[in-house]
Design a protein around this ligand. Structure first.
Ligand code: PLP
Length: 442
């Protein structure tokens, strides 16, 4: 039975299939049609659908208690989850503040950074720097940092500040340089920007280790974050890694930033943290920062009714345990290689595939008019992403939209990011639907 009532949908007049259930890497609608979840929904359902251990943890906790308020109680699952996260995070990133979405995690990170400098007596240090071609969330604070043109343009006059740095987008370098001759000019730009604005006015710099929704797994070159961290440290500026999409194993390391071996001062998590089973997200703060706040006003000026919800904490803990017990990080790397080889074959076959990039099981595909003759993108009116996403869905494959972030012509990209549990046979199925979809559109 198709139910289309008064629920406001992303596109008001579009009819969406009604989901019935999910199992492994497949979702099924009420008419029995199967969809291969090639992007884990919104790069979220990292361990696949219907995992028994997670459902069991959810039921067990529901039998005990589902809601307690954070300023009245803590709970065993929240405390255990905090410990588990601290055992995964690098360096002294040990203090966990729970929220419910990636946007809230980034709002919290912004506030903690500003509060840290206030407690240290540096009240002027309150600007947060960010890059174009980025996405940090849909709430006004997080959106103000986001260089995602199509999501921010309607609210531009309300959004303060705007991003100031160019992205590390090697396929179309904003400086027309190429790695390694560029000497990481995009990272060096941070130094120039700091000199212009004044380090005494800047609290933090925020970046997604691998750019997700705004660019399609755009992966910075080696040493990029090492240089960024050096510049931040020398100027007394905190580095916030937005790991909402790249965290919890998605890129083949526990966190995206681990590929560069850099330890951020604050890290934000969401999406894969609870793998979609319940809303759960967090800002992870270094011991050093919390010590300063503890000695100062003693409380972080943030939090939500559902923060540290015991039900969500139990689920998230079960998800992280499942990833460890099933050694899914190895699987992400192995299956990621298999998927990447298959996509390279598609690139040989289809001239509209311009670039394939990413790590682990987070891949971006950028489309161009004809990669055999150059990188010219389709004109905006002929962008292929939306058509491709719709056609793939008709063909039974879900892929994620990563376009719309870039001014002008570029930004025609999708993300392929299946659950970590995908088998080689299922990857073959994914690639064959993608192949057929591109063939139908060209
Ligand atoms: N940060 C990144 C890197 C994201 O990809 C997203 C969502 O796509 C967010 C933040 C916002 O997360 P949420 O949609 O859970 O608020």
């Amino acid at each position: 039975m198709e139910l289309q009532t008064n629920v406001i949908k992303p596109y008001l007049d579009q009819v969406y299939p009604t989901v019935s259930h999910g199992s492994g890497v497949y979702l099924y609608d009420v008419n029995g049609k199967a969809y291969l979840d090639g992007c884990s929904g919104a790069v979220t359902a990292n361990i696949g659908h219907g995992v028994r251990e997670v459902i069991q943890a959810m039921c067990d906790q529901a039998h005990k208690v589902s809601f307690t308020y954070r300023s009245q109680f803590t709970s065993e699952p929240a405390e255990q989850l905090g410990e588990k996260i601290a055992s995964w995070t690098p360096g002294d990133l040990n203090q966990v503040f729970f929220v419910n979405s990636g946007s809230e995690a980034n709002e919290t990170a912004m506030k903690v950074a500003i509060q840290y400098w206030q407690e240290k007596g540096c009240k002027g240090k309150n600007k947060i720097l960010s890059r174009w071609m980025s996405y940090h969330g849909i709430t006004l604070g997080a959106l103000s940092l986001s260089g995602h043109i199509s999501r921010r343009k309607r609210f531009a006059s309300t959004l303060e500040p705007a991003p100031v740095l160019e992205p590390p987008y090697c396929y179309r370098c904003p400086f027309n340089l190429s790695y390694p001759d560029c000497r990481l000019h995009c990272a060096e730009q941070l130094e120039t920007v700091i000199q212009r604005i004044g380090a005494e006015n800047i609290a933090a710099f925020i970046a997604e280790p691998i750019i997700g929704a705004a660019g399609g797994a755009v992966t910075p070159p080696p040493q990029y974050y090492n240089r960024i961290k050096e510049i931040c440290e020398r100027n007394d500026i905190l580095f916030i890694a937005d790991e909402v999409m790249t965290g919890n194993g998605r890129t083949g390391e526990r966190f995206g930033i681990d590929h560069w071996g850099v330890i951020p001062d604050i890290m934000t998590l969401g999406k894969g943290m609870s793998a979609g089973y319940t809303p759960m997200a967090a800002a992870i703060v270094s011991d050093r920062i919390i010590e300063v706040i503890r000695e100062g006003s003693q409380s972080i000026m943030s939090g939500h009714t559902y923060s540290a919800n015991p039900q969500s904490a139990a689920v998230s803990l079960a998800v992280m345990n499942y990833i460890d017990e099933q050694q899914l990080l190895n699987q992400v790397n192995e299956r990621g290689l298999y998927l990447s080889r298959g996509m390279q074959q598609l690139k040989q076959k289809h001239s509209i595939i311009g670039d394939i990039r990413g790590k682990g099981l987070l891949y971006g595909i950028e489309f161009v008019k004809n990669s055999r003759v150059g990188k010219s993108p389709f004109p905006l009116s002929e962008k292929i992403t939306d058509q491709l996403i719709n056609q793939a869905m008709k063909n039974g494959l879900l892929v994620y939209n990563a376009s719309g972030a870039v001014n002008g012509q570029a930004g025609d990209a999708i993300i392929i990011a299946p659950p970590f549990v995908i088998s080689e046979r299922e990857i073959d199925h994914l690639l064959s639907i993608l192949d057929e979809t591109i063939r139908q559109l060209t």
